[in-house]
Design a binder for this molecule. Structure first.
Ligand code: ANZ
Ligand code: ZN
Length: 894
């Protein structure tokens, strides 16, 4: 009788064996083909969560599989260890960020080990240690020297009560998270990396990333945001038309078109007493120069020089601009705000018709730092412009038609932004959009009032953070020499340990001695930079340091290039933009300065789905306070509260909160999160079911890119499967004789599981393993069955390595199953072994039968005659004649 698989004991035993044998340490000098499998390294928050378990299991299955296929696999692990939570913990609990972080690392490392991940712990790194960030400082200085780092004034969030700079995530609804004070924007001199120098390369490079999800490439493309269009000038003048304004505003705003740009006689002479003096031109940028005859206004950003000029003489404009500032200035905020404008009283002369004057507005939907900070508005073909035009009663003229509608008056509140033919546009009429764009650009360039240009949405990367727990920026500020890089032999610039977090602000800045240093150039008293680097810098090159970690430099080029690029990178889609773009930039920057000849860091990328769980809520009734009674007119108030997953009791009578006995309402299945209290802590689950069951469950139930719903039934099912495997492994007495069908099943499974794992389709591989297990269980004893069980051990080894090792050892396998080769496939056994045979009666198809290939004629005939359908049609008669074409057809002539 087979025993029970004791996971607790086996897990610990095999994890110890792998550890002491350094089974998963990657050898640089191995003659085997190299494979680099990497999951995004975790932030050491204190505990691993189910999302980590799923992410790391996927990478682990692939890494173990590739090892079995004979590759030298690099599968390292480290810690993205700088960042705000450690400082928050320091402020809340009085513990030093380093102490807190290192303790978290220790406990999370133990938790990862407990899952039996095949990780090369000899290369473990933590970004908060000087032996990592010191090298980062060296790289920063190299980029500085190469002109890829510069300083610029830039706005930060300033908390006026706590007197400190806040990170974006510390600003909640416009207020400081601690003080609750309204956050202000302040300008500070900060460090930037010139990622925009690489905008083109980063965009083009996406094309070559065949093994990246399309959606991620699209997100990167949009973030980089390359726009091609026309940049051109409008001549500005003060009010040129003494006639009442409504005349201009009610019509369609189409002046008489003048084919040649002859100076118009109507050209007004600027009145020097009006604003606009000295502001003769406004540059605009447009991606739709084809719509130039649909223009009905010009708009500038609130901080555009034209707006400032207007403000100087017009207090109403100043009020308007103040109002704009309150609304927020990010692109996302602007998108959702109501479109507001202020008529400056200036007009702009249409470049293709000097007699046509457009009103000039200051508008809250125009961004200063994109394009030129000014636009011309075409309401019929741009939604923002249409909203704006409808609000201020401006003309809306159709210039692109998608069907036969050519009337110049555009009705409705939805702009038409699709393809079409140009109408109401003089020399452009009849062209498609692309031709019209080219025609306008070439005319502008020919006449000298504009140029075809490319504009990027991507901005340089601001890396300065006014925080303690980060990589110190290795710069010294000298009054005489300016910013001077710390000499490399003085690196690392180490964070001081004696810092206090009892008051807000940057402890580096108020440390009594740390920042006072002498200038490395002239020796005068100077000041150390007290900003630290954005933690995204730390994660922009860690995968290089994993591949090669010499003591004296960031990496050894030859060693690093042996492993890079990362063959398969696995992580959350939340990093689809920033982390991946920064890492791509950093890699290209290193290539640019000749340190590493790799263009793209991650050849393959996979973004896994989330782990979800049911949510639970209780309704607790309480007496309303006097105030509530007065206000709401009720005597009782019902409060809703989330109930933690581990405080749930399911009984036949329903679902209850265990600690209180109160009935619980089960809510939607949502991403596990602390706020909804629907998390499941992996640690006790691993203790209860063993590492293999947990590993198996997180990859079995859904495709890896989809969400996985955690359920007790699911983990129990996985546990039962591990026990089934063990019963097979442990209970087999070697049999005799062949079982051809089972042999075929085994070899198809070997091939299928390999293809599935290679494609990261783990759930499909799991389904095949279930099937094979079932087939073996059903098969009668035979030599084939014994062999099938031995093969199954190896097939499950990447997923459930502990039970596989245990079985391998018990069966007297050589060495470790982790080092065993993936079973070989016999191609002859992959050939289709079943055929579909057509059964005809008097030439008419009556049935089909699926039968083993190559059966003798009499067996096929017998099966055909036994078919229910045939029996019914023959009504007891014996056919006169039976024609059998083996593997194809049977015709019964009645
Ligand atoms: C005229 C026009 C007509 C436009 C039309 C669009 C549609 P993307 O594609 O994102 O680059 N724009 C230019 N600079 C701007 C700024 N600083 N703030 C707000 N909007 C700005 O967008 C380019 C388009 O966005 C430009 O083309 C401009 O409006 C507007 F039927 O010009 B367009
Ligand atoms: Zn100096």
């Amino acid at each position: 009788m087979a025993s029970r698989f004791n996971a607790l004991k086996a897990d610990a035993h095999w994890q110890g064996v792998w550890d002491s044998a350094r089974t998963f340490a990657a050898r640089d000098d191995s003659p085997r083909p190299k494979s680099y499998v990497l999951e995004m390294f975790p932030y050491p928050s204190g505990k691993i969560h189910m999302g980590h378990v799923r992410n790391y299991t996927m990478g682990d299955v692939l890494a173990r599989f590739r090892r079995m296929q004979g590759m030298e696999v690099l599968h390292p692990m480290g810690w993205d260890a700088f960042g705000m939570p450690a400082e928050n913990a320091a402020m809340e609990k009085g513990v030093h960020p380093g102490t807190w972080t290192r303790a978290n690392i220790a406990s999370m490392k133990a938790q990862l080990k407990r899952l039996g991940f095949a990780l090369d712990w000899t290369r473990e790194l933590a970004t908060c240690e000087p032996d990592y960030y010191g090298h980062e400082q060296a790289l920063f200085l190299d980029l500085y020297e190469a002109g890829l780092v510069y300083r610029k004034e830039s706005a930060v969030n300033w908390d006026p009560v706590d007197m400190t700079v806040l990170a974006n995530e510390q600003v909640i609804d416009g207020r400081g998270w601690r003080s609750g004070a309204l956050v202000e924007k302040r300008k500070l001199s900060q460090w930037f990396l010139k990622i925009t120098d690489f905008a083109d390369e980063l965009l083009e490079g996406l094309d070559g990333l065949e093994h990246w999800p399309d959606k991620v490439k699209l997100m990167q493309e949009n973030w980089i945001g390359k726009s091609q269009g026309l940049q051109f000038r409008f001549k500005l003048s003060p009010h040129p038309i003494p006639a009442p304004l409504p005349a201009r505003r009610e019509g369609l705003g189409v002046g008489a078109f003048v084919e040649s740009a002859a100076p118009a006689s109507s050209q007004p002479t600027p009145d020097p007493s009006l604003p606009g003096r000295g502001l003769e031109d406004v540059e605009v940028f447009s991606t739709r120069p084809d719509t130039i005859f649909g223009a009905s206004f010009v708009a500038v950003a609130a901080d555009h020089p034209v707006a400032r000029e207007v403000v100087a003489t017009n207090p109403d404009a100043a009020d308007f601009i103040e109002r704009c500032k309150q609304g927020g200035t990010t692109a996302a905020e602007i998108e959702t705000q109501e479109k507001l404008g202020f008529d400056t009283g200036l007009t702009a002369q249409h470049p293709l018709d000097p007699a046509w004057q457009l009103p000039v507005y200051i508008a809250n939907f125009v961004l200063m730092d994109y394009g030129t900070g000014a636009v011309f508005g075409v309401p019929a073909h741009d939604q923002r412009d249409l909203d704006f035009a409808r609000k201020y009663g401006l003309p809306v003229k159709r210039v692109v038609s998608d069907h036969d509608e050519t009337a110049p008056v555009f009705v409705g509140d939805t702009a038409y932004t699709g393809p079409g033919t140009l109408v109401n546009s003089h020399f452009l009429d009849g062209m498609d959009i692309e031709d019209a764009k080219r025609a306008v650009i070439s005319r502008a360039e020919g006449e000298g009032w504009g140029t075809g240009t490319t504009v990027w949405r991507l901005r340089d990367w601001g890396v300065s953070r006014q925080r303690y727990w980060g990589t110190p920026i290795p710069i010294i500020h000298c009054d005489a020499c300016g910013p001077v890089g710390v000499p490399k032999d003085q690196l690392p610039v180490v964070l001081p340990e004696d810092v206090a977090f009892d008051i807000p602000g940057n402890p580096l800045d108020r440390h009594p001695t740390w920042k006072h240093v002498d200038c490395p150039k002239c020796g005068a008293a100077a000041r150390r930079e007290t900003d630290t680097l954005d933690t995204f810098v730390d994660s922009s090159w860690y995968f290089i340091r994993f591949a090669s970690q010499p003591k004296d430099k960031p990496f050894d080029r030859v060693a690093a290039e042996q492993w890079l690029p990362v063959g398969q990178y696995i992580g959350g889609v939340e990093h689809a933009i920033l982390h991946l773009l920064y890492a791509r930039f950093w890699t290209r920057a290193l290539k640019h300065i000749g340190q590493l000849d790799i263009a793209e860091p991650f050849a393959g990328l996979f973004t896994q789905g989330m782990v979800t769980h049911e949510t639970y809520q209780t309704q607790v009734e309480r007496e309303a306070s006097a105030e509530e009674q007065a206000k709401l007119g009720v005597e009782t108030i019902t409060d809703l509260a989330w109930v933690p997953t581990d405080d749930i009791d399911r009984t036949e009578a329903g679902v209850f909160q265990r600690s209180t006995g109160i009935p619980v309402k089960t809510g939607r299945v949502e991403k596990m999160s602390k706020s909804k209290k629907n998390t499941v802590d992996p640690e006790p689950i691993v203790d209860q079911y063993g590492a293999d069951a947990v590993r198996f469950f997180v990859i079995s139930d859904s495709p890896p890119e989809k969400d996985l719903e955690w359920s007790e039934a699911g983990i129990e099912g996985a546990w039962r499967f591990v026990q089934r495997l063990w019963r097979l492994f442990d209970g087999e007495k070697s049999g005799e004789g062949a079982d051809a069908a089972l042999d075929r099943k085994v070899h198809r499974t070997i091939a299928g599981v390999a293809t599935d794992i290679e494609a990261l389709a783990f759930n499909k591989a799991v389904a095949k393993l279930y099937e094979l297990t079932g087939a073996i269980e059903k098969a009668a004893p035979s030599a084939s069955r014994t062999a099938a069980i031995a093969t199954l051990m190896r097939l499950v080894a990447p997923m459930t390595p502990h039970v596989a090792e245990e079985a391998w050892a018990a069966a007297g396998g050589e060495g470790l199953i982790a080092d065993a080769p993936w079973p070989a496939v016999d191609p002859a056994l992959l050939v289709d072994d079943e055929v579909t045979i057509a059964i005809q009666v008097n030439g008419k198809l009556r049935d089909t039968l699926v039968m083993p290939k190559g059966l003798p004629k009499d067996q096929i005939e017998a099966a055909a005659l036994a078919s229910d359908k045939v029996v019914r049609i023959l009504e007891g008669k014996t056919p006169r004649k039976v024609i059998v074409v083996p593997d194809r057809l049977v015709n019964l002539v009645a």
